[in-house]
Ligand binder design. Structure first.
Ligand SMILES: Nc1ncnc2c1ncn2[C@@H]1O[C@H](COP(=O)(O)OP(=O)(O)OP(=O)(O)O)[C@@H](O)[C@H]1O
Length: 277
């Protein structure tokens, strides 16, 4: 069910959606199509994300989190259904315009580690620069702001091959920030990080969603952290997708059957997963 009001005029129904909803899906079906063969990963996906919301997509390995994020961001087509960005059907948004609306941070993206941190972050300005990538004063300001927001100014002259995984992750987030889009989508931004740096990166995403009013959607296996930090979660289970606030999902018992219960159980008292004794 989508929030909004319906005004009935004879022969015409005008639906006024909440203007703060920035991403909305309608009966979305995701998966892969190869020649005549279709592999359905999930269907009946109806979600909405508002400005300033931090939303985590969680679920077991192989359930379809990356497929979902790639479909939302336009990297791969949906099988059917609709995706609306700012109430516009995403399929009607030209790719150069989409780059001004959605920035994407993927796990294994090819990147030249020979670039300095500042140069990599400046690549985020590509949708706005000319074909040789000349930066205007405005572009330079956005790059500086992105470095400051992520607090990596002191790394800006380092080469990317000199960075730790956590520093590289922050640099990629800064590049997405320099892109200056209302939506940021990240696939497993905390993979390879230790517990402290996982918490640090997710806390950074939380701060950014609040400070910049961006809608931030990310896939993660850090369910305990996501429960503490996110406004909303999308829980993907085989053939089923549930969206809600952490409290709503806990009350529904949505976490009770994510994993086989022989090893790990969800403890609603501490609102976290623990090893079964
Ligand atoms: N290019 C592809 N063509 C066909 N099937 C694919 C393709 N890429 C992924 N899949 C399949 O889609 C399903 C979902 O994969 P996906 O990578 O979206 O899961 P995930 O939830 O992100 O997994 P993980 O947590 O392990 O990263 C898997 O069964 C996978 O084998």
């Amino acid at each position: 069910m989508v929030a909004g009001t319906k005004t009935k005029i004879p022969f015409l129904t005008i639906e006024t959606k909440d203007p703060h909803i920035i991403i909305r899906t309608e009966d979305l079906e995701i998966g892969y199509r190869k020649k005549q063969h279709e592999t359905l990963i999930a269907s009946g996906i109806n979600i909405e994300v508002k400005e300033g919301e931090l939303l985590a997509v969680i679920g077991v390995n192989g359930v379809g989190k990356s497929t979902f994020l790639r479909t939302l961001s336009g990297v791969q087509p949906q099988l059917s259904g609709k995706i609306f960005i700012n109430s516009i059907d995403r399929n009607n948004i030209p790719s150069e315009k989409l780059a001004e609306l959605i920035s994407l941070v993927l796990t294994e993206q090819p990147l030249s580690k020979n670039l300095s941190v500042a140069e990599l972050v400046a690549l985020g300005r590509q949708p706005y620069t000319n074909w040789i990538g000349t930066l205007t004063p405005e572009d330079r300001k956005k790059v500086k702001q992105a470095l400051e927001l992520v607090n990596i100014q002191e790394l800006q002259h380092k080469k990317c091959y000199e960075l730790s995984d956590g520093q590289l992750q922050k640099t990629l987030i800064a590049r997405a920030l320099a892109q200056d889009t209302p939506i940021m989508i990240l696939d497993e931004p905390t993979s390879h990080l230790d517990m402290y740096h996982k918490a640090q990166v997710l806390k950074l995403l939380k701060q950014l969603s609040q400070q910049t009013k961006k809608a931030i959607v990310f896939a993660t296996h850090e369910i305990n952290l996501a429960l503490q930090l996110c406004d909303k979660l999308v829980l993907m289970k085989k053939g089923q997708l549930v969206q809600g606030s952490p409290q709503e999902l806990i009350q529904k018992g949505a976490f009770d059957d994510i994993f086989p219960s022989d090893l790990i159980v969800f403890d609603s008292a501490t609102q976290s997963f623990r090893i079964k004794s």
